[in-house]
Ligand binder design. Structure first.
Ligand code: ADP
Length: 184
């Protein structure tokens, strides 16, 4: 399933492990301490090796971490990528504490980092939808909307946004959303 923007740029869906898919930049679902964790964050650090945490240590020493709704860039160690963008998604508290705007800001920040670094292909996990509890469908709507907006900007170097869904249920949600909005 693909979405092609007016500018010929694409959204691609894949099911599986984000650490195995070659891209220019891989987004990570990190925490504001940039301290590593479980889920996709754990998988990225395991596969990428200690160089990534060393860079995060330096960022943490300078700025204390990363606020929710933002992201920081590091190299990608042993991962099949040039950069990892560590995005800090919101914890879901029912949706009335600014979660949609914070989640959208995360995707936007990663896409802006992609622009700054001349990234052509970027992959995203379903940020906030694991331990942080964000409902899959609501999160997917935001992810797809922000990706489309970015790809519709002719000045971005990004040519492909790859959403990597870990399980079948998430993959199906993205597929049906992409289908139902692809004419828009
Ligand atoms: P958060 O704390 O932001 O909720 P999690 O890592 O707990 O982050 O989960 C985010 C999403 O990433 C979940 O949908 C989870 O199923 C998915 N996920 C976990 N491991 C991987 C992986 N190796 N590749 C892609 N997605 C993954």
């Amino acid at each position: 399933m693909e979405y092609a923007s007016g500018t010929g740029k694409k959204i691609v869906l894949m099911q599986g492990d984000i650490t195995k898919i070659p891209v220019d930049a891989m987004a990570n679902a990190a925490n504001s301490a940039l301290a590593g964790g479980g889920g996709v964050d754990g998988a990225i650090h395991r596969a990428g090796g200690p160089a990534i945490m060393r860079e995060l240590d330096a960022i943490r020493a300078k700025s204390g971490g990363c606020p929710t709704g933002s992201a920081v860039a590091t190299g990608a160690g042993n991962l099949p990528a040039r950069y990892v963008f560590h995005a800090v998604g919101p914890v879901w508290h029912g949706g009335k504490r600014g979660e949609p705007e914070l989640l959208a800001a995360c995707y936007r920040k990663c896409l802006e980092l992609a622009r700054e670094h001349g990234v052509r292909t970027i992959s995203f996990p379903a940020i906030s939808t694991g331990v942080y509890g964000y409902p899959q469908k609501e999160a997917a709507e935001i992810a797809i909307r922000e990706a489309k907006k970015h790809l519709d900007d002719p000045s971005t170097p990004v040519e492909q946004v790859v959403f990597v869904l870990f399980d079948r249920a998430a993959d199906e949600i993205y597929r049906s959303l992409l289908q139902s909005t692809s004419g828009q």
